[in-house]
Write a protein that binds this ligand. Sequence first.
Ligand SMILES: Nc1ncnc2c1ncn2[C@@H]1O[C@H](COP(=O)(O)OP(=O)(O)OP(=O)(O)O)[C@@H](O)[C@H]1O
Length: 588
Amino acid sequence: MNYNLLNTSTTTPKQKNATYTALKKLLAMMSNERKTLIMAFFAIIINSSLNLVGPLIIGHTIDKYVQTKQFHGVLVFSGVLLSIYLFAFGTSYLQSKLMGGFGQRMLFQLRNAVFNKLQELPVAFFNQNKAGDLISRVNNDTDKLNQFFSQSLMQFVGSLFIMTGAGIFLLSINFKLGAAALCPALLLFIFTRTISPWVKSRNAINMKSLGNMSSEIQESLNNFKVIIAFNRRDYFRQRFNEANKQQYTTAVSAGLANNLFMPVFSFTSNLGQLIVLSLGIYMIASGAFTVGLLISFLAYVTNFYNPLRQLAALWANFQVAMAGWDRISQILALQNNLEPIPDSATNKSDSLLEFKDVHFAYPDGKEVIHNINFKLEKGKTYALVGPTGGGKTTTASLIARLYDATSGTIYLNGKDIRSYEATERTKKIGFILQEPFLFTGTIKDNILYGNEKYASYSNEALIEELKQAGLEQLLNRFEKGLDTPLKTGSDSLSLGQKQLIAFIRAVLRNPEILILDEATANIDTITEQLLEDILQRLPSSTTRVIIAHRLNTIANADEIYFVNSGQVIRAGSLDDAMEMLMHNKRES
Ligand SMILES: Nc1ncnc2c1ncn2[C@@H]1O[C@H](COP(=O)(O)OP(=O)(O)OP(=O)(O)O)[C@@H](O)[C@H]1O
């Protein structure tokens, strides 16, 4: 499955209905907000109606009371107008409050939905996408939608309402003149429909480049030590400058596209007035129309085109929001291709773990594992040795089902490894990675990560368990023991210390298969010996898979596999493995 979001744009012109489909999906997510939306809708309709009657009352007051100097009537209608304006203020406030709350709840829900989806996706997804771009989608793109919904949607509805009212008045006073006045609006409609996909694509490109810029910032912040050590500040400054420049260009282009609506809408409004004026004067001259009617007609044309002009700005916001939604829905539409599948009854294996005719290629790369076959038995220790880039980590990743084989089958306890639920599989297989990742929290939080069995244990009870497994000596190396605070990305711990915590975490889970991928590479020889003793004390049924470059670490292995150029060969003894490594070195 292709997880590369930048190669799966949903904004191609081919997908004509993409906006509407996206909108429908978005509204479906908001189904529990129906009551709020209906209330806000009525508030804006009442507000718009009040705004429509205002001028009528003013006209009526002038004609009936001002011209006849009946000041009592003027006073009464001023009071009526004041009440109307106060009521309009109330409905406008209510609408803003409802939609502001709705926007924030939607933002909260959307960010949760996108983040939860990210948690579900497999390693291949994260290999193919940059963290900076993903952060931009979770933060910026969701906010574009919030802005549209909290600020623009109901204005959109209100403007549409006033415009429709004015349009009906125009057509009912004089159909022919009304139709002529509305003609430019038809042209405008065609123009908007034609240009909208282009405007949306400008906005999509702009958001993509914003994501790209976030990736640049993220990369340089993550690797600041290397940048400083190699004095590459200029290089990153230049890369950031380029990304920023590109962002500037795409933002200008999107801004121009968004702002194109406004002058075009103003022009059509003026065109409408001009048509009414010229035709109206002609009709007055031929006796078919009156001056009074022409004045009210012009007022309605203004009432029709003014909200239309406002709609232009709102339409641009809508395009920005839809481009954002496209980018969000790309993530939401992804499926984890590592979901459990039904187990096929054939070709069962009698080993603890078996690779049968396994081939593997990374999603966007060439094949790196070629037709490998090997078995792991219960309780034995296996070593994977071989040159850098030979395929050891990839083989281990396949055992842990971080990826699925491109072809062939991997059996765990005789069942296709793909048929296990993730919780069951991760309980059986423990993996200590080359670069262990620790979360913000304490050592206790980190070693109990994903371990339900000990989640409710007190420190004392947990220390007792650690003692049983021989792990307490490792914990004692940290001043505050279980309560030692850790910070993500902080350098308060050495790599070796991090490896120790990852080791305790994996061993405490008591997995059936424990994979150590260069897990002791940064640990001193004495501590390494201690780890070796702990490994020896694991239950006799535990199978160990050790990947190591230092051959002394695999001296106790029952079986050694030589992994080179995507092939896994049984190496025999440690001496044979050494010979294979030396031979490989001489050849390369
Ligand atoms: N995420 C990835 N995407 C594409 N190719 C990858 C990825 N990870 C590894 N590879 C490629 O797969 C091949 C095997 O890599 P692997 O990490 O399995 O080797 P290794 O034997 O563990 O190396 P080392 O001893 O350096 O850890 C290499 O050619 C590498 O370039």
